[in-house]
Design a protein around this ligand. Structure first.
Ligand code: URA
Length: 254
């Protein structure tokens, strides 16, 4: 089925348009396939109107989407910072029954979704929200928001290898942007270093380290832009402050 062309934004307005199936999956209620089936079986309404085409365009700022009568795009914005433990996945449901970050977020009345992904074996800072525009700004590489990781490598890395990461390496999906890299310490046969990247490709840091002939043994995301994981306990979450939300939205001072 072909998607209808995206309606043009009216001049002077800033609209974020997404297809209905994508809105539901981004809102964390289920996979895109599940969303398509709910839409097809008449469980979804947009502004009170029953919509049964998954490719229906939705203005995520203005339209009211409900699933079984429950608002999916709530007006109440939620912004959380979670310390994702290793072993947890960031999707809503896992057919294999692995723990998901939603197991750590019980008690929330809103549909929320993770801002970007962290691999199952990666721990650290994961933002969770129901604000798709906020998430878009943080995940779209065009905005160049820095994500900082602490890495333990399988081998001791030379200055030249760290320089290669700084300059950018070539991966199968193209060269990486220059990165900020700081050696933290060497310990036995390992190097601990911090790397800040402004893209978010699949398994990017792991693949970058493989490109310099080593391997990642441990990966922790410690910051997004100037927001740090700090002393938060593993598996715990806290609300972002208003100032932090503004900073991450590009409104505050960095
Ligand atoms: N880079 C990776 O390789 N994995 C992550 O989870 C995040 C960044």
């Amino acid at each position: 089925m072909r998607t209808k062309p995206k309606p043009a934004a009216r001049s002077g307005t800033r609209r974020v348009l997404k297809t209905l199936d994508r809105v539901l999956s981004k809102a964390g209620v289920g996979s895109r396939t599940e969303a398509r089936s709910w839409i097809g079986t008449g469980r979804v309404r947009v502004n009170g109107r029953l919509i049964q085409t998954p490719d229906h365009w939705v203005d995520i700022e203005r339209d009211k989407v409900t699933l079984d009568g429950k608002p999916v795009l709530s007006q109440e914005r939620v912004y959380l910072l979670l310390y994702k433990p290793k072993g947890y996945i960031t999707t809503y449901k896992d057919p294999e029954g692995r723990p998901t970050v939603y197991d750590l977020l019980s008690g929330l009345n809103e549909y929320v979704f993770p801002v970007g992904r962290l691999d199952q074996d990666t721990s650290g800072l994961l933002l969770v929200t129901n604000d798709a525009q906020f998430a878009e700004r943080l995940t779209n590489p065009a905005y160049k928001v820095a994500k900082t990781y602490l890495v333990k490598s399988a081998t001791r890395l030379s200055d030249e290898q760290l320089d290669q990461l700084r300059r950018g390496v070539t991966l199968k999906d193209g060269p990486t942007r220059p990165a900020e890299v700081r050696r933290v310490r060497d310990s036995g046969a390992h190097t601990f270093f911090e790397i800040s990247i402004t893209e978010g490709r699949n398994r990017q840091v792991r693949r970058m380290v493989e490109a310099i002939e080593s391997k990642v043994l441990k990966l922790v995301r410690v910051a997004i832009a100037s927001i740090e994981i700090g002393g938060l306990g593993i598996g715990k979450y806290r609300a972002l402050t208003q100032a932090e939300v503004e900073q991450l939205s590009g409104k505050g001072t960095k």
